[in-house]
Design a protein around this ligand. Structure first.
Ligand code: GRF
Length: 238
């Protein structure tokens, strides 16, 4: 990650102005999904309810059967499908995906349950304006099956992480985390549900901060302009 800090900070500065914190005009946001899309739904709902200086310009999926596409279409949000199976190489898929995204001139690209690994060229193209949510307390448990792995390790805490995307999978500067207890009777499903409920709290907040120009990166650490808590704890309101 160290090597990527410079370019990432520069990209973020480019998106937000020289001081790093400057809010600008309405931001265009493109959200990428692969399935259910519950995080995308929360972001769409909060954007409207809280009058963010942003517009959810499009929801793009690599699967035509992604349930979230219908939610977006019903709300008049542009949708697009770029089927990864239609491309011979990851690079060709990434390029087609990039073209579908760039049609909406995004200030921010949000990965919300997007289940394809993106190549370095793609990540560099959007560096500093590409967010992901991962259902673990990174840097623990990057990759798949996070909840089962937390249970197998005997963890007493679990959670989720919103982070800027860098070429290394499930790494990158952490914007916000949520923490939940692991209960004695948990299985992967019950733990996933408890974590998901917190994802719905932290991801909209992180996106709101980004579009409001409230995030900057100092030495690989993300700072929130107003000192708002970047940690969501059980029992916390809001
Ligand atoms: C979430 O748990 C997210 O952290 C992970 O994939 C899941 C997507 O859920 N990356 P949804 O599609 O947002 O409902």
């Amino acid at each position: 990650m160290g090597a990527s800090r410079g370019p990432l900070r520069r990209a973020l500065r480019g998106a937000h102005g020289a001081a790093g914190y400057t809010a600008g005009a309405m931001k265009s946001v493109v959200i990428l999904i692969s399935g259910r899309g519950s995080n995308m739904e929360q972001i769409v709902r909060c954007c409207a309810a809280e009058c963010w200086p942003a517009r959810i310009a499009a929801v793009v999926s690599n699967r035509a059967d992604a349930a979230g596409l219908q939610f977006a279409a019903e709300r008049g949000i542009a949708t697009a499908v770029v089927e990864h199976r239609a491309f011979a190489t990851r690079e060709a898929f990434d390029d087609a995906l990039g073209a579908a995204i760039d049609a909406h001139q995004p200030d921010l690209v949000v990965l919300a349950g997007f289940m394809r690994i993106l190549g370095e060229r793609f990540v560099r193209r959007y560096e500093g304006r590409l967010l992901n949510i991962h259902p673990s307390l990174l840097p623990l448990f990057p990759g798949l099956h996070t909840h089962q792995r937390a249970l197998d390790a005997g963890c007493k805490l679990a959670g989720a992480t919103v982070h800027f995307v860098t070429p290394q999978l499930d790494h990158g500067p952490i914007v916000m985390q949520s923490v939940v207890p692991v209960l004695p009777d948990d299985d992967a499903e019950t733990l996933a549900a408890r974590v998901l409920a917190t994802e719905h709290r932290i991801y909209p907040r992180a996106v709101r901060w980004f579009v409001g120009g409230a995030l900057r990166i100092e030495h690989g650490v993300v700072r929130q302009r107003d000192g708002a808590p970047q940690l969501w704890l059980p029992g916390q309101a809001g």
